[in-house]
Design a protein around this ligand. Structure first.
Ligand SMILES: CCCCCCCCCCC/C=C/C(=O)SCCNC(=O)CCNC(=O)[C@H](O)C(C)(C)COP(=O)(O)OP(=O)(O)OC[C@H]1O[C@@H](n2cnc3c(N)ncnc32)[C@H](O)[C@@H]1OP(=O)(O)O
Ligand SMILES: NC(=O)C1=CN([C@@H]2O[C@H](COP(=O)(O)OP(=O)(O)OC[C@H]3O[C@@H](n4cnc5c(N)ncnc54)[C@H](OP(=O)(O)O)[C@@H]3O)[C@@H](O)[C@H]2O)C=CC1
Length: 279
């Protein structure tokens, strides 16, 4: 793999990074950038076939472990795998996350809980499972990927609330871990061009780039550069911060619903359910 476009060669040489959700989208781009910076990288997710295919494209220095971050045992097994492969862990990127698109009043309690369990619960479980290894390495970095919910995010209220929770958790953990030389930083993403956007109602994807001042979606490598910066020598100065990379648009502003998002008599569409076999 060639060097980074942004960072000095060997910036993260000797470091071991674990990237959840590293088989796709922003996580895959993050894994690639950390590798370019010299780290060894383990990517995690639930689908072994997706991870295996990604590792084949990432090349030397990359490995994968299949697992589910939502349970204590799942998170622990993921961390144990990374540590047993490389003997240490220096960087944890809590990138796995997501939600479905539905107006607030349509969110069932079960769905609310599912989104919180993944985004806030999974992040917490991965942090707790990783802390002994990060301490054993003499310090390290945790990057919690969230989206930018600072104006609210209609259609994703369950996730906006969970991501605000991740921000609070990040700040608190950062304060508690300062003496361990472990940085905890939230990376709040705006709109990035990943395949995941295809699952939302078509008007969502069509509308999002036009709402960003620069009139384009973010590129996954731009997000990845921010994550790599969080693992750089700047990391402790950033600890506790929420770094927002959103092209100055946040994830939403303006009146609701946007005219172009409505269908029929003015309803807002709900994301289609995934077929049971893929859940
Ligand atoms: C024009 C203006 C636009 C406005 C601005 C929009 C801009 C977009 C900005 C983009 C910002 C963020 C982008 C991203 O995050 S992209 C990444 C997306 N990736 C993912 O979401 C992947 C991970 N997500 C999931 O796996 C699922 O969404 C979920 C978190 C729900 C998974 O949990 P789980 O597997 O436990 O969930 P289940 O499928 O079993 O469902 C549990 C219950 O949840 C409810 N549910 C789930 N899906 C839906 C749906 N599509 N519609 C309605 N309800 C849903 C439901 O209650 C489920 O229970 P039941 O199965 O019993 O019905
Ligand atoms: N794209 C965008 O514009 C934005 C994205 N984000 C956030 O950035 C992150 C990455 O987004 P993106 O790459 O676009 O989306 P993806 O849907 O491609 O990424 C989600 C990843 O998380 C993994 N994952 C989901 N659930 C679990 C689980 N329970 N255990 C382990 N892994 C899991 C998925 O793999 P698998 O299904 O195999 O488990 C997948 O690789 C997400 O947190 C997303 O919400 C934030 C703002 C904007």
């Amino acid at each position: 793999m060639s060097g980074s476009e942004v960072f000095a060669d060997g910036l993260l040489a000797g470091r071991v990074a674990l990237v959840t959700g590293g088989g796709t989208g922003l996580g895959r781009a993050t894994a690639a950038e950390l590798l370019r910076c010299g780290a060894s990288v383990v990517i995690a997710g639930r689908r072994a076939d997706v991870l295996e295919a990604t590792v084949a494209t990432l090349g030397e220095g990359a490995g994968y472990v299949a697992g589910d971050i939502r349970t204590e045992a799942g998170a622990q097994a993921i961390v144990d795998d990374a540590v047993s492969r490389h003997g240490r862990l220096d960087i944890l990127v809590n990138n796995a996350g997501g939600q479905y698109f539905v107006p607030a009043e349509g969110i069932e309690l079960k769905g609310w809980r599912a989104v919180w369990r993944l985004n806030l619960g999974g992040t917490r479980r991965m942090c707790e499972a990783s802390l002994p290894a990060l301490r054993a390495a003499g310090g390290g970095t945790i990057v919690n990927v969230t989206f930018s919910p600072h104006n609210g995010l209609p259609g994703m209220t369950h996730s906006g609330a969970a991501r605000a929770g991740v921000e609070g958790y990040t700040r608190e953990l950062a304060a508690e871990l300062f003496d361990d030389d472990i940085a905890v930083i939230a990376a709040a993403a705006g709109h990035f061009d990943t395949d995941a956007l295809d699952k939302y109602p078509p008007t969502v994807r069509a509308q999002t780039a036009g709402g960003v001042p620069m009139q384009r979606l973010g590129r996954p490598e731009e997000h990845a550069w921010m994550v790599a910066l969080c693992a750089s020598p700047l990391r402790m100065a950033l600890s506790g911060a929420v770094l927002t990379v959103d092209g100055a648009r946040d994830n939403f502003y303006g009146g609701w619903p946007p005219a172009a998002l409505t269908v029929g008599e003015g309803e807002v569409p709900t994301e289609e359910r995934r077929p049971p076999a893929t859940r």
